[in-house]
Design a protein around this ligand. Structure first.
Ligand SMILES: Nc1ncnc2c1ncn2[C@@H]1O[C@H](COP(=O)(O)OP(=O)(O)OP(=O)(O)O)[C@@H](O)[C@H]1O
Length: 669
């Protein structure tokens, strides 16, 4: 671990070096050391012993108890030159956002900025880091060790691999609505993607874009804003990183503002960083993960990525920023702190991404986000590209989004808030007092191989349940907001590596985390909000892999029964009789009118079928399955015309053409 950043491999190695792996107080008692099934025969990870399919759990080894102007942002005012494959490409006009001169060279000297001719502050060049000079992207040298660290090897078991159902993503209908929706791409090619990005995508062994990526790439290239809603595990991170890196690689850095130009960031008075891209996400673990992906796809480029989040040493984060910060991934609270310390400026942000936007607003980050976006000098909505991503977008959040986005395209892959059919969902009726013993039964009898993630509602319960499991010889750990950052990172790492293949978690681990081999998610406590359930079970069944999700349900959860039943139905899952009856009771007492009802946080439109989820078009509830079924009269949200067409599965005929340029496209790839 360095710079307060998340470095799974480094942590693994450190612990191995400390001998923690072998200092197992339980294995010394003669119990066989547990090796998770997915690491067996791999020769690595969990260490020897315990082979075969013998599910004999050892105990935990953990010592702690377990743009250019908006209308034309895609124009050619930037240089589009890249020396990828043509390193001799000569100087020339210099990439520019608006025709102003750029720094002659950027990125090659530890990310610090250097004016031409001034050698006084030029540290040694990092040969693996690319740089931008005279409008040309000079790509750094390859480094096999770094490549292995970033991209892993094809056979690494703790890396996510695409599963047997990856191609089935193409069967999910995609709806893109908004003015003049650009056509989707169908493959990773250059153009439209920058050639260097393509080489990094190849290193990541991605062969085909997922549906959300197929759309987001041309949408961002066209300089459009985007609100993208796609199922958990379907590649949303690449959905924003690919188009952003492609733009950055081909167009280069934005020029420094005149007032800053006399003091290069990292030196002189201000020591302030001016990132071009800002990605906000709700949790430390998620920003760390996005940062790790950013390092992958930014490999050998001029773009320097940084991550900042609360709970970690701010000093090391500041030092990291000083080494160069073109793409910043941050949690809102820590970013505000750094802005207040005048160490980060928002003035050069041309691309803003809000990942898990609904969760950030739910968590009460709205004031910080508004401050960051509206009061700290960030270019306005006309002068930046703004992207919002989540698997769920309740209606009230969509309404709020109006302030951050402009003439955006609303993209939904499958139904908003739907779950992937790759996840087999089981709902068990379990009274509270029986939960522990049922959990033990499941863990003892399960023939599921891989990691098990258990969600509970409170931090206390997370600790007490993991202690309980440890007491029953199950190697468990816990992750929640009361643990120190170091404990959280360690818990996650031990889980990820399979060293503790069971993790009990609160909502802190519900969003975005991409952990290979999570085979089973158990909702020990069901959340009160079905969207939270969607994200939690989405830790399994990712990238086309299959997974199982078991939920303990009892009458205490009746508030969620209706939406849960609808969700299961949408995902072609079995609905148990008790759930049907409780859901029916709820409906007949008028509490719930279907996923699409107006209760609660104002989500809607899902239960009534595909389409009608872009709330710019909804003034009343959908009355039938289909586009426009949601009542398409313009409402206060926007004066858009009705949408044409209908969806009853893959349509025999194309949707009727909308009356004006406003489009609503549905695609299958
Ligand atoms: N084009 C692709 N080809 C193969 N694998 C991919 C591709 N895009 C993404 N993946 C892999 O799919 C997994 C899930 O991607 P990602 O974490 O971006 O999903 P997500 O949609 O953001 O999920 P969540 O809603 O949980 O945040 C990751 O392991 C990622 O490496």
């Amino acid at each position: 671990m360095s710079n307060g950043t998340y470095n799974p491999n480094g942590l693994e190695q450190q612990f191995a070096g400390m001998g923690i792996n072998n200092n197992d107080g339980y294995s010394g008692e003669g119990r066989s050391r547990y090796v998770p099934p997915h690491l067996r025969n791999s020769g690595g990870g969990g260490g020897g012993g315990g082979g075969g399919n013998n599910r004999s759990y050892g105990r935990s080894t953990e010592s702690w108890g377990d743009a250019a102007p908006r209308a034309n942002r895609s124009n050619d005012s930037w240089s589009t030159r890249s020396d990828y494959g043509n390193r001799s490409g000569g100087g020339g006009g210099g990439g520019s956002w608006d025709g102003r001169p750029t720094w002659k060279e950027r990125g090659s000297y530890g990310g610090k900025y250097r004016r031409d001719g001034d050698q006084s502050y030029a540290p040694r060049r990092d040969e693996n880091q690319g740089y931008w000079k005279d409008g040309v992207h000079h790509v750094g040298n390859r480094n096999p060790r770094l490549e292995r660290e970033l991209f892993g090897a094809a056979e690494d078991v703790d890396r996510q691999h695409t599963g047997i159902n990856f191609e089935k993503y193409d069967d999910i209908p995609v709806e893109a609505s908004g003015n003049e929706v650009p056509d989707a791409i169908t493959s990773f090619t250059s153009p439209p993607l920058d050639a260097h990005l393509l080489s990094n995508i190849e290193l990541a062994r991605y062969t085909t874009p997922t549906p959300v990526q197929k759309y987001s790439i041309p949408i961002v290239a066209a300089g459009r804003d985007l609100m993208a809603c796609a199922q958990t595990g379907s590649g949303k991170t690449g959905g924003f990183l690919f188009p952003l890196f492609s733009e950055l690689f081909s167009k280069g850095p934005a020029p420094q503002e005149e007032e800053n130009s006399s003091v290069p960031p990292g030196y002189g008075r201000s020591r302030k960083a001016y990132p071009t891209v800002l990605i906000l996400a709700p949790t430390r673990e998620l920003v760390s993960q996005i940062y790790a992906e950013g390092k992958k796809f930014g490999y050998r480029s001029w773009v320097k990525s940084c991550v900042v989040y609360g709970g970690a040493d701010i000093g090391s984060q500041l030092r990291q920023i000083e080494r160069g910060c073109d793409l910043l991934v941050a949690t809102p609270g820590r970013l505000v702190d750094l802005i207040e310390r005048a160490r980060i400026s928002m003035e050069q942000v041309r691309y803003l991404v809000l990942d898990e936007a609904d969760r950030m607003l739910d968590m009460g980050f709205e004031p910080q986000i508004r401050r960051i976006v509206e009061q700290e000098g960030m270019p306005g909505v006309n002068d930046r590209t703004t992207l919002m991503f989540s698997a769920t977008f309740p209606r009230d959040i969509q309404h709020l989004a109006r302030d951050f986005l402009q003439d955006y395209i609303f993209l939904s892959v499958g139904r908003v808030g739907s779950t992937s059919e790759n996840i087999t969902q089981k709902i068990e009726y379990v009274e509270d007092e029986d939960k522990r013993s049922v959990l033990l039964d499941i863990l003892h009898s399960s023939d599921i191989t891989g990691l098990t993630l258990i969600f509970v509602e409170t931090k206390r319960m997370a600790d007490s349940l993991s202690d309980f499991l440890l007491g029953h010889n199950f190697p468990a750990t816990s992750i929640h907001g009361d643990r120190t950052q170091r404990e959280r990172e360690r818990a996650l790492e031990y889980f990820r590596s399979g060293r503790t293949p069971i993790m009990v978690a609160t909502a802190v681990a519900a969003r975005g985390l991409d952990i290979a081999n999570v085979a089973h998610v158990i909702s020990y406590d069901l959340p009160t909000d079905v969207d939270d359930y969607v994200h939690r079970i989405g830790r399994t069944g990712r990238a086309g892999n299959t997974g199982t999700a078991t939920a303990f349900f009892n009458r205490g959860n009746k508030g969620i029964a209706g939406e849960l039943a609808d969700l299961l139905k949408e995902a072609n899952q079995e609905i148990p009789q008790f759930l049907e009856s409780i859901a029916r009771e709820g409906r007949s007492f008028g509490g719930y009118s279907g996923r699409g009802g107006r209760g609660g946080r104002g989500r809607g439109g899902r239960g009534a079928g595909f389409g009608g989820r872009d709330y710019r078009f909804q003034s009343q509830e959908p009355s039938s399955r289909g586009f426009g079924g949601g009542g398409a009269a313009p409402d206060a949200f926007g004066a858009y015309p009705p949408l044409g067409g209908g969806y009853q599965g893959r349509p025999a005929a194309a949707a009727a053409a909308p009356p004006i340029q406003y489009q609503n496209k549905t695609s299958w790839f």
